[in-house]
Write a protein that binds this ligand. Structure first.
Ligand SMILES: Nc1ncnc2c1ncn2[C@@H]1O[C@H](COP(=O)(O)OP(=O)(O)OP(=O)(O)O)[C@@H](O)[C@H]1O
Length: 272
């Protein structure tokens, strides 16, 4: 009998991450703080007991206001940052566009970076050669192909990084805020590509601040607040929550009226 339960592509189990915040960097500053009996450093919890199972073929958005822990969680899923507690398992080839330009070497040309970054993302030379023209065409970097990428505009940089990553045909594609960079035409091209990628049954986890964009691409939203999951369910509720939390913040900054209505009831998958 076929298995009705979809396979997990990503399993995040009780992940915790703490950072150390240093309040004094110079000896003078340290002395002043010590005399005043102020802390020199403190531990800061960026993620607290985060769990989620992402099935093969799901397109999931990580949402939350600034500093809620989205990028940290994506970095831990990608493996570039270890968790302090808990574990993460990912099935298959992973490609991550985690930071703008990540994986591209500024002193190498676009052409050289296609091979270097392709290799980092798991393509051998033969596969890169086969996909080279498609990568360059999608990136639309034209005559800049043989220029060092430090001369690229941020949009060109991003186009190349996105194009290489998407052409590795990853099983799990992790994307952080990259669609905020670049021109609207390329952004539309990326959205189309991501939709095609999603429709081909691959898995995607995306961080973005644009609620409209996330509604277009994702079906599920995991909403983080102060490093904890407060909503894990349909994307529309998650996107509405993002808009509401932003309004709440804005009002707090402007000294407007107090608390807004309580968050929606948590789905079965959410934790405190
Ligand atoms: N390397 C680090 N050292 C110390 N603190 C860090 C580090 N990386 C992240 N943080 C802190 O951890 C918290 C979560 O950061 P993170 O970048 O994951 O949030 P985010 O939700 O992605 O925010 P944004 O939407 O602004 O990108 C923030 O308060 C951030 O300042």
């Amino acid at each position: 009998m076929p298995d009705a339960v979809p396979k997990a592509a990503v399993v995040v189990d009780a992940v915790t991450k703490r950072f150390t915040l240093r309040h004094a960097r110079s000896i003078k500053n340290m002395t002043v703080r010590a005399v005043r009996r102020e802390k020199l450093r403190e531990r800061f919890v960026a993620l607290e007991g985060v769990s989620a199972v992402i099935g093969v073929g799901e397109s999931v958005a990580l949402l939350g206001v600034n500093g809620s822990g989205k990028s940290t969680l994506l970095k831990i899923i990608s493996g570039v940052m270890p968790p302090d507690g808990g574990s993460v398992r990912v099935r298959g080839r992973v490609a991550g566009l985690i930071e703008v330009g990540a994986g591209l070497h500024p002193d190498l040309t676009g052409r050289e970076n296609v091979f270097l970054n392709g290799a980092i993302l798991g393509m051998d030379r033969e596969e890169t050669l086969r996909k080279f023209d498609a990568i360059v065409e999608f990136a639309d970097i034209g005559r800049f192909l043989d220029q060092p990428v430090r001369f690229y505009s941020s949009g060109m940089f991003m186009r190349l990084a996105f194009s290489i990553a998407v052409h590795t045909d990853p099983d799990v594609f992790l994307i952080d805020e990259v669609l905020a960079v670049g021109d609207p035409l390329f952004r539309d091209k990326c959205i189309q590509r991501l939709r095609a990628y999603r429709d081909s049954g691959r898995t995607m986890v995306i961080v973005a601040h644009d609620a409209k964009l996330l509604r277009q691409i994702c079906t599920r939203g995991i909403f983080l607040e102060n490093g904890r999951v407060v909503w894990d369910g349909d994307i529309d509720t998650a996107a509405d929550l993002l808009i509401r939390k932003r309004q709440e913040r804005r009002r707090a900054v402007q000294g407007g009226p107090g608390p807004v209505p309580a968050p929606p009831p948590r789905s079965a998958g959410a934790q405190s």
